[in-house]
Write a protein that binds this ligand. Structure first.
Ligand code: ATP
Length: 244
């Protein structure tokens, strides 16, 4: 198999004296969707933030995070982004009074600053993936629907041409039909070779989209396996799929 785009080994995170993650291991390969599902407070966002180098000031981690074979210890968040890691946070963090296209352009700002050639070529690619954003390119981001905002947040992340795309709860607050549409697009991204780490409370949608899955419960990886296998596991069905 290919070199993993992300390899997390024995990751512990503590907030002050309280440990929220107790030694997680996780791997993402290029062109693969890996999902972490689990209930509220299990530590999903904590794991994602630790991988991105974005823990709050009271958070401390040990263990290793390797991006494309390189150890990220001591590497600042901006340098992780420059090396191909991109996090789309739950809050989406768009600029409401700026147009869709300006928001997208900000996604390639680092590449522009670094004078990378073709930093705007990615715009055509994002518009190909999200025709709805192209239709609305002059519209202020603040006037978009919830689903379109999520598309814009993902599209902006793709402008940076990431190797690893981390999505924190992309289904949050969206109607079921829109969730279906967003997940269809996420699955389509695999063809670009990007590795995707998807954190979700919507276990049904996540397991349908993902290749591999981890179940996180109170800071521990309780189960792991091919997503299709977990989707058929009686315990997963009982605990996570029964009511969705
Ligand atoms: P949710 O889906 O509700 O966001 P989650 O699985 O992402 O849940 P986390 O947000 O990672 O879970 O929280 C894991 C645990 O760590 C929780 O007990 C939470 O209260 C605690 N926690 C998270 N952030 C902090 C912080 N900055 N300081 C102290 N404790 C925190």
């Amino acid at each position: 198999m290919s070199t993993p785009i992300l390899e997390v080994t024995d990751l512990h995170v503590a907030y002050g004296k309280v440990e929220a993650l107790h030694g997680a291991n996780l791997t993402v390969h290029p062109g693969q969707i890996v999902t972490v599902i689990g209930p509220n407070g299990a530590g999903k966002s904590t794991m994602m933030n630790a991988i991105a180098g974005a823990l709050p000031a009271n958070g401390a981690m040990r263990g290793s995070v390797r991006l494309d074979g390189h150890d990220m210890a001591g590497v600042a968040i901006e340098s992780r982004v420059a090396r191909g890691m991109c996090l789309v946070p739950e809050t989406r963090e768009l600029f409401a009074t700026m147009s869709v296209e300006d928001n997208l352009q900000l996604g390639s700002y680092r590449r522009y600053r670094a004078r990378e050639r073709g930093h705007m070529d990615q715009l055509d690619e994002v518009y190909r993936l999200f025709p709805r954003l192209k239709e609305r390119r002059k519209q202020d981001a603040g006037t978009l629907s919830g689903g379109e905002r999520q598309m814009l947040a993902v599209g902006r992340a793709l402008m940076a041409k990431p190797k690893l795309l981390m999505l924190d709860e992309p289904s949050l607050g969206l109607a079921p039909l829109i969730v279906k549409e967003i997940f269809h697009i996420i699955v389509g991204l695999k063809a670009t070779g990007v590795g995707i780490l998807l954190v979700e409370q919507n276990a049904r949608a996540a397991l349908q989209a993902a290749d591999h899955a981890y179940v996180l419960e109170t800071g521990d990886i309780a189960m792991e396996g091919p997503a299709a296998q977990l989707a058929n596991d009686p315990k997963v069905i009982d605990t996570y799929l029964g009511l969705t």
